[in-house]
Design a protein around this ligand. Structure first.
Ligand code: ATP
Ligand code: MG
Ligand code: MG
Ligand code: MG
Length: 576
């Protein structure tokens, strides 16, 4: 590629709205252009990186036996109604109507469509296992789009879906995807960690997130440096909260001081900072006599960030959390709060009852602002209302770091991460409602066992930059760099020798399959070098009259402190 035929457009300053370094650098270096909140144009140089990431992913998916197809972005509502997700998905799913007033969605993911394909196409056990994937635009109307492509509303995802004869085979498919993901993130040159993740409402047994380690990550990871234990905080939060919930258990059975604000008592009983209870303890209610004396306090627990905990707790699997503690059913909560409609308002639940059981909110800030009623719920528990968003990681560092790991093989540590991939064993969650069956050896219909596997293609760009940058700009890992090498001739338009040498070297490198760009724009050396350092090209070769006279050019790797002189004759071998 010659720069004159390409499009390079860099900025001195990042736009004011850019919050994190990757977003600043991507905007300054001309990789993306903002069109609206969470909506970006991938500029020519950005698209090159996306294509490289996609190709690594594609190669590894195919190597792992997956087959590529392409499912539509616009999907009819009927399938989503059939699976039940038309009602379950909140405002994150964008719904649109066509001219006939029919409902459609812009796909946030594609389980429904692929399951529909599977039930039509995969009829016999002989056709299984099967894994389909696509790399396609997604739309999620994120509550808080931010950090550029890392949390966009429109973004590109690779999503794969496996279909198997039985649970055992499905685990094999899962493992194959897990291994493929490791290869993908290794090839992309990312420092990452696979962590056990919350299976949430789906309730499957197996789920892992692939997290790129970065301090700017929105996720918190708990891991043990001396063993394999690693979990997303949503799953691991049972750890710090055991003490909390143990105390809450006590609080439930104590009769509070009549007439006093018993919620404050509860807080005291818990004897831990309230911010740490925030994820589980949401409110306490008092039953009063006509005279206003409190006779009983009930602590309502919403396990907002970890339904997995809920399941584990229900199954009695969480040590230290059992006696005196009882989970209310949705019906109970409904009838309790249903009789006091005014009650839920102040507490501020957007979707009053479903939250508890169906995990439709991801975190506390999904609760809308509401008044704090004395005696009815504890103040200072609602993030974004009367509490700043807590620094989960800092909080957990205090609580968890140094504690023994659950596997007994060391102590726990905390780290921040960016979720770039997610593998999920789904069981029959989709095949059942959509009745996706195949005929087994005996001609009997059986439900297909499924798995789904996502990678945030565009998010990877941001994550890679968070890990690889310096004061001069981006430092791309080789596998995703927009160009592997830039040729910077000094005085390309003034010196026939320089031009001839640069053109020749350009041709040789191209013939060798090096992804090279020749900067023939005629920029001054300082501006030219600054541009390519900002853009983040891993290798730079500078050709000038002076060096060429001695048969020398200058080579500098993007991480090198200094350039070195290399004989022109040997440069091709040198960079290869
Ligand atoms: P998050 O927890 O960050 O919201 P998610 O768990 O909702 O992500 P998944 O449904 O697991 O996302 O989707 C698979 C992958 O798609 C994620 O691992 C992530 O890399 C990517 N992804 C999800 N949401 C976005 C987004 N808004 N912008 C860019 N990439 C995204
Ligand atoms: Mg999400
Ligand atoms: Mg997630
Ligand atoms: Mg996920």
């Amino acid at each position: 590629m010659k720069a004159s035929q390409f499009f390079i457009s860099t900025l001195k300053e990042a736009p004011a709205e850019a919050e994190v370094v990757s977003q600043k650098l991507m905007m300054r270096a001309g990789y993306i252009k903002r069109l609206g909140a969470g909506i970006y144009t991938y500029m020519p140089i950005g698209l090159r990186v996306i294509r490289k990431v996609e190709n690594v992913i594609r190669e590894e998916m195919v190597r792992a036996g997956a087959v590529e197809l392409l499912m539509p972005v616009v999907q009819p509502a009927e399938l989503w109604q059939e699976s039940g997700r038309w009602d379950k998905m909140g405002p994150e799913m964008l719904r649109v109507k066509d001219r006939h007033d029919r409902d459609f969605i812009l796909q946030p993911t594609s389980e429904e469509v692929i399951t529909d394909i599977a039930r039509q196409e995969l009829r016999s056990y002989r056709q299984l296992p099967r894994n389909f994937f696509h790399i396609q635009t997604k739309f999620r109307d994120e509550r808080r789009p931010r950090f550029g492509v890392m949390r966009g509303r429109e973004f590109t995802m690779k999503d794969a879906y496996s279909f198997d004869r039985n649970a055992e085979a499905a685990v094999k498919s899962y493992e194959a995807m897990y291994a493929a993901y490791c290869r993908i993130f290794e090839r992309l040159g990312l420092t990452y960690r696979a962590v056990a993740a919350d299976t949430g409402a789906i309730g499957g047994a197996l789920s892992h997130e692939f997290q790129v380690i970065a301090d700017t990550g929105e996720d918190a990871l708990v891991y043990c440096p001396t063993s394999d234990y690693a979990a997303n905080i949503e799953l691991a939060e049972a750890l710090p909260l055991i003490a909390t919930r143990g105390a809450a258990t006590q609080a439930l059975v104590k009769t509070p001081t009549p007439g006093k604000s018993t919620c404050a008592d509860v807080a005291q009983l818990l004897s831990i900072p309230l911010e740490r209870t925030v994820k589980s303890l949401v409110l306490a209610t008092d039953e009063k006599t006509e005279a206003g004396d409190v006779t009983k306090t009930t602590v309502w627990l919403l396990l907002v960030r970890g339904d997995h905990d809920l399941n584990e707790v229900k199954a009695n699997k969480v040590p230290g959390l059992n006696q005196g503690f009882r989970f209310a059913t949705v019906g109970e909560i409904e009838s309790h709060f249903g009789t006091k409609p005014g009650y839920l308002g102040p507490v501020g639940l957007k979707q009053p009852v479903k939250i508890v059981a169906d995990r439709t909110v991801a975190n506390m800030s999904d609760f809308v602002v509401g008044a704090n009623e004395v005696d009815f719920h504890i103040t200072g528990v609602n993030w974004g209302r009367d509490l700043p968003e807590p620094d989960l990681v800092a909080d957990l560092r205090n609580v968890v770091e140094g504690d023994p790991s659950p596997d007994g093989k060391g102590v726990l540590a905390i780290q921040r991460g960016i979720e770039v991939g997610h593998v999920f064993n789904l069981g029959t969650v989709y095949s059942k409602p959509l009745n996706a069956t195949y005929l087994d050896e005996n001609g009997k219909p059986q439900l297909m066992e499924m798995g789904c596997y996502g990678i945030g293609v565009t998010r990877i760009l941001g994550a890679a930059i968070e890990q690889n940058n310096d004061e001069r700009g981006i430092i791309w890992p080789a596998a995703m760099a927009p160009f592997e090498l830039v040729l910077c001739p000094i005085g390309y338009d003034r010196s026939a020798d320089v031009q001839a040498a640069a053109d020749k070297l350009y041709g040789e490198l191209q013939a060798l399959g090096v992804d090279v760009i020749l900067d023939n724009r005629g920029e001054r050396p300082g501006a030219m070098f600054a541009d390519w350092e900002l853009v983040g090209v891993p290798h730079r070769v500078v050709l000038g009259d002076r060096g060429l006279k001695d048969g020398q050019v200058e080579y500098q790797g993007r991480r090198d402190a200094q350039a070195e002189s290399v004989p022109l004759a040997g440069i091709v071998d040198f960079v290869k």
